[in-house]
Design a protein around this ligand. Structure first.
Ligand code: BTN
Length: 269
């Protein structure tokens, strides 16, 4: 798709998109980062349900200050949310986003798994990433930006060599190009479905569905948090989205966030 065509086509697509929580869709040929633009707009008062989409990003952001390589062919979007839920319940948003992405990929006949908290992988290779950035205090949520990047029709050769062997794309897995707008519609419909569960206080369902889609529970893992490296067996997720890890000394540690690696993959790395 040529740049102009992408913007024009996405605008046309948005006119026929009837998804309740989406209020506005802004589309760009190229941005530094859709999350960066979404945060600027959120701070300036953009309403809940504003979506920022770009065809490419020059400085796509990943978790832990990593880059998210964003060549043409991928889906790069950020949702601005202002959910009226407690900050504790908002911590389920990464799970909601991962579920929406995984279910969408699943609908193409692939078998995506989620690595805690929200890496979506196919055949142990990363196919999508999610980055949440928010402004909130202990009581009130000002905004949450949910950034989603999916290697949809990305040619793996367009990714740098260091991540090529750990990455895949949907087109690479199925052997054909996927319709961008069909994928986007399914993704947004799925997101809305899981987002609704949050307002219906259906936290158990979110966690249970996440667990079914994830391959983390039961695995020997190593997690690097801001303050320590924890090793043990992932043994559950609580209702606030904390990962429970049984460490070698038999203690259960609850982890809010960190970089998770599976032991069996560490040894092969
Ligand atoms: C990760 O797995 O490290 C998270 C990657 C998140 C990438 C997406 S692409 C759209 C949005 N804008 C960004 O700059 N990052 C997220």
């Amino acid at each position: 798709m040529k740049d102009k065509t992408f913007v024009k086509k996405t605008r046309e697509f948005s006119k026929n998109l009837h998804i309740e929580f989406i209020k506005k869709l802004l589309v760009f040929e190229k941005l530094d980062s859709t999350n960066g633009t979404a945060k600027d707009l959120a701070r300036a008062g953009a309403e809940e349900g504003t979506i920022i989409i770009a065809q490419k990003q020059s400085r796509g952001r990943g978790r832990f200050d990593r880059m998210w390589q964003s060549p043409e062919g991928g889906v790069y979007l950020s949702l601005i949310l202002r959910p009226h839920v407690s900050t504790q319940n908002a911590s389920l948003l990464p799970f909601i986003a991962a579920l929406a992405v995984a279910k969408t990929i699943d609908s193409y006949g692939l078998y995506p798994t989620i690595k805690w908290p929200n890496d979506v992988r196919v055949n142990r290779k990363k196919i999508a990433g999610i980055l949440l950035e928010s402004e909130m205090d202990s009581q009130t949520i000002s905004y949450v930006v949910v950034g989603i990047g999916v290697n949809l029709n990305v040619d793996i050769k367009d990714l740098s060599e260091d991540i090529r062997s750990k990455s895949t794309s949907i087109s690479n897995e199925i052997g054909r190009l996927i319709d961008y707008f069909e994928f986007l519609t399914t993704l947004l419909v799925q997101f809305e479905e899981y987002y609704k569960l949050l307002f219906e206080s259906n936290y158990g369902q979110i966690i249970n569905e996440w667990k079914k889609q994830s391959d983390t529970i039961g695995k020997k893992i190593q997690i690097e948090t801001a303050s320590e490296i924890i090793e043990g067996i992932a043994c559950g997720i609580d209702e606030a989205g904390f990962l429970m890890v049984r460490t070698n000394d038999g203690l259960i540690k609850k982890i809010a966030s960190g970089d998770c690696v599976y032991f069996d993959e560490l040894q092969h790395a």
